[in-house]
Design a protein around this ligand. Structure first.
Ligand code: KDG
Length: 356
């Protein structure tokens, strides 16, 4: 953090000295790995458009740039990827529909709104299922997860790889939250919380006594600014890189769900690529996903500290407090586990257990 003095003019025109603080925009991030591998021959030229919900300082954007660089370098510029951050081209749901019709080439949504295409993905939405990042990575790299990507076959979407969105944390503008009772509000109304467009997330916040509202990510900042909702939940990196701290005073380290991202391509675009290019795209997607996970890890604690420096009051929960949330959301399991599939949950559980 650098502190500098700046002169400002008051309305009356007198110069006053005020304290300005210039915050670092990103932590000290690892450089992307060197791009290796042969340069492919000429299999045609393609300019691809990729839409993201998150901002151009997010790990998702930075690693997508790496993806674009790999393709560009290894095809001598025959494949170019233009990336549009900040929901410029639409939200997760809209962009997946655009992939289906072929009006967009690539997108990178959370797995949660993608459950309308592949229902099994909802396993990731179950609260407190993945106790550590190691467990989450093992699950994302498992054959079980690959089956979920393959299950997009026939939807008009080619799912390329999982990467990390991360552990989601609650923020709000009403009060400090350290228990489910604080969410529900005993003497006051329950918090109104924006959720992703996903029924399990809705169920989590209903069960906790909040008033949940599913909403597109791109509408969230102004909804919080205008008081349409009190709060939301997202990883610290997103809360920082989307400037949510400007409209949210309180954060709680709930880590209630770990959600992945899925890098996706329109099936129509995929089908237009030569097999050599398809293989390259798949390889670049995996490499950039690894880099994304690395950046996201580097961001996590740093982002929380930055939020505190910028004035957000963050409550860390001890084991007993986390256990209280876990217990409170048990009805979500009772309701959703049979629909998501007990076998699938057991499969995920055994991958998790192997990492403990
Ligand atoms: O680019 C991804 C975003 O659009 C979105 O998925 C972020 O986790 C997210 C949310 O809360 O919508």
């Amino acid at each position: 953090m650098t502190i500098f003095w700046r002169n400002t003019l008051t309305l009356a025109g007198a110069a006053t000295l005020s304290l300005g603080i210039a915050y670092a925009q990103t932590p000290d991030l690892s450089d992307p790995p060197a791009i290796e591998g042969e340069v492919l021959g000429d299999h045609g030229s393609h300019t691809l458009r990729m839409g993201l919900g998150l901002s151009d300082t997010s790990p998702q954007y930075l690693s997508s740039r790496y993806f674009a660089d790999i393709l560009e370098q290894r095809t001598e510029g025959r494949i170019t990827v233009n990336i549009f951050p900040n929901s410029q081209l639409g939200d997760d749901v809209q962009m997946m529909e655009m992939l289906q019709t072929g009006s967009l080439d690539m997108s990178y949504p959370s797995s949660s709104p993608a459950t309308t295409y592949v229902q099994e993905l909802a396993v990731f939405d179950l609260p407190f299922l993945l106790p550590s990042r190691e467990a989450a990575i093992a699950v994302m790299q498992s054959e079980t997860a690959q089956r979920m990507l393959d299950a997009f076959e026939g939807t008009g979407i080619k799912a390329l790889t999982f990467s990390e969105n991360g552990y989601r944390q609650l923020t709000n503008s009403a009060r400090a939250v350290e228990s489910p009772e604080d969410v529900a509000g005993l003497d006051v109304r329950g918090l109104s919380v924006r959720t992703m467009e996903n029924p399990v997330h809705l169920s989590i916040w209903e069960t906790l006594g909040a008033n949940p509202t599913p909403m597109a990510f791109g509408e969230l900042f102004s909804a919080m600014e205008q008081g349409v909702v009190d709060g939301q939940e997202n990883p610290w990196s997103t809360i920082l890189t989307s400037n949510f701290y400007e409209v949210q005073d309180y954060g709680s380290e709930t880590r209630h769900v770990y959600t992945p991202f899925i890098m996706m391509m329109s099936q129509r675009t995929w089908d237009r690529l030569a097999p050599e290019y398809q293989e390259l795209v798949q390889e670049a997607a995996r490499q950039s996903a690894e880099y994304e996970i690395q950046l996201s890890t580097e961001y996590d604690d740093w982002a929380r500290e930055q939020l505190e420096e910028r004035g957000m009051q963050i409550t860390r929960l001890d084991d007993d407090q986390v256990a209280a949330f876990q217990e409170a959301v048990q009805p979500v399991y009772d309701r959703w586990a049979p629909r998501i599939g007990e076998d699938l949950i057991a499969e995920i559980q055994s991958i998790v257990d192997a990492t403990q």
